[in-house]
Design a protein around this ligand. Structure first.
Ligand code: AMP
Ligand code: ZN
Length: 115
């Protein structure tokens, strides 16, 4: 928990979110400024600022996130049409929230652009 972190506050239910999934390791909620018809954020409950700070002890969370993403994509009807996961890291990638998160995007053709 980082007191200044908006995603830690969402995880701790101190601020609201449109949550679609929660388990021991992650929370998933709708992005407040969606860039596609489906735009979810899959967020590990542990506060890791970005991929630069990832260590071996955290690495399993990324595998778990992939499994959660696959299950949500199927549940939301995206498995057939396609979908994308995006992780931004640092200024050049446009990262704005420094709590590691994975964007799940789908519901329109995404080819030719990254998000
Ligand atoms: P990134 O640019 O990868 O750091 O993405 C951060 C994302 O978090 C952006 O797409 C924002 O729209 C989203 N975001 C920021 N605050 C909130 C919030 N309170 N609830 C939902 N999404 C948020
Ligand atoms: Zn945090």
């Amino acid at each position: 928990m980082n007191d200044q972190c908006v995603f830690c506050k969402i995880i701790n239910k101190q601020i609201p979110s449109n949550m679609v999934h929660e388990d021991e390791h992650v929370i998933v909620f709708a992005d407040i400024a969606p860039q596609a018809p489906t735009h979810l954020l899959i967020v590990p409950k542990v506060h890791i600022p970005d991929l630069n700070e990832l260590t071996e002890e955290h690495a399993f969370v990324l595998g778990h996130i992939s499994m959660v993403a696959k299950e949500l994509a199927a549940r939301l009807g995206l498995a057939e049409t396609g979908w994308r996961l995006v992780i931004n890291c640092g200024a050049d990638a446009g990262q704005t929230v420094f709590h590691l998160h994975v964007h799940l995007l789908g519901g329109r053709p995404l080819a030719g652009q990254m998000a």
